[in-house]
Design a protein around this ligand. Structure first.
Ligand code: GLU
Length: 291
């Protein structure tokens, strides 16, 4: 199978004068890792290694409907097989609920979130433009669903079990410099709207848990797939609202298969497990990335 999605030399973009580097690998245990994950993690590990930085492993295991315990062990084994080393212990998001609750309380006290009783279907029905986002994206929340800014908020303790959304600063341009994709910008309220921070099943959203963790773990550079560039604008707003310093970002181009589709966990032929069972060595895999 021919793969594309070129990764240009990335090491020249590292800033050696910034504070001690702390990077992270943040897989979700929802399937076996494939070549695309391996390449992103290779970039993350290389960038940490070259500057003598630290590399942490975060297990993004909050999505109880898709998460499987055996995938946690499998992903660690696959990462070790490829030769990546991280600082133990691994951090599991499912163990950090008190931290997420405390950060949510901070946003609540600042009046930056609001409870939302609309379903995903309500939101989809109300938006006119077709929604093109990926897994972690959501349509722009309709302005007329949003409560007035001065409406009193119900207390949080009694309402962890409803959806809470972050009220975005309408019209503000959010910008960042990506190490590989260059300058990025999006306008709040136009390119993305009020987004979910807490789900009614009492679980933080991906955007929220990721922003809180990147801030509290002291991550200085986030290396991840380019499908998450659109998420970065939201996470930057959350990190700022919580009073933390923002990390730098390095999004890696997605690997595409011979039909031009991004590699997904369903591409079993390209899972590291399958390649390994066919006798492919870690060195052969890494050689593809560094070529
Ligand atoms: N766990 C997320 C995923 O596998 C990535 C999170 C991130 O790197 O921000 O899609």
């Amino acid at each position: 199978m021919e793969l594309s999605g070129t990764l240009h030399s990335h090491l020249s973009t590292l800033n050696l004068s910034s504070p001690p580097y702390i990077g992270r690998l943040a897989p979700s245990p929802t399937g076996y890792l494939h070549l695309g994950h391996a390449r992103t993690f290779y970039v993350a590990a290389e960038r940490a290694r070259v500057v003598g930085g630290r590399l942490l492993l975060r297990n993004d295991d909050l999505d109880a409907t898709r998460f499987r315990l055996d995938f946690v062990e499998a992903m660690k084994e696959d990462l070790r097989w490829l030769g990546f080393a991280w600082e133990e212990p691994m951090t599991s998001q499912s163990q950090r609920l008190p931290l997420y609750r405390a950060s949510l309380a901070q946003l609540h006290a600042a009046g930056l979130i609001f409870p939302c009783h609309r379903s995903r279907r309500d939101v989809l029905d109300a938006v006119s433009a077709p929604h093109e986002g990926g897994d972690n994206d959501e349509p722009v929340y309709p302005a007329h669903f949003r409560p007035p800014a001065d409406a009193p908020l119900p207390p949080l303790d009694a309402s962890f079990n409803c959806n809470w959304r972050f009220r975005v600063p309408d019209g503000e341009t959010i910008a960042f410099m990506d190490a590989l994709f260059g300058p990025q910008r999006a306008v709040a309220g136009r390119d993305f709207g009020d987004f979910l921070v807490w789900r009614k099943d009492d679980v933080p959203s991906y955007q929220f848990s990721c922003a809180v963790d990147d801030a509290l773990m002291g991550i200085t550079e986030v290396v991840r797939g380019a499908d998450l560039i659109r998420s970065t604008f939201r996470q930057l707003l959350l990190i700022r609202a919580l009073g933390h310093a923002a990390p730098s970002y390095c999004h890696c181009p997605l690997m595409l298969d011979d039909k031009g589709e991004r590699l997904a966990k369903r591409h079993d032929a390209l899972s590291l497990r399958t390649l390994r069972s066919q006798g492919v060595t870690p060195a052969e895999i890494i050689a593809k990335f560094s070529a």
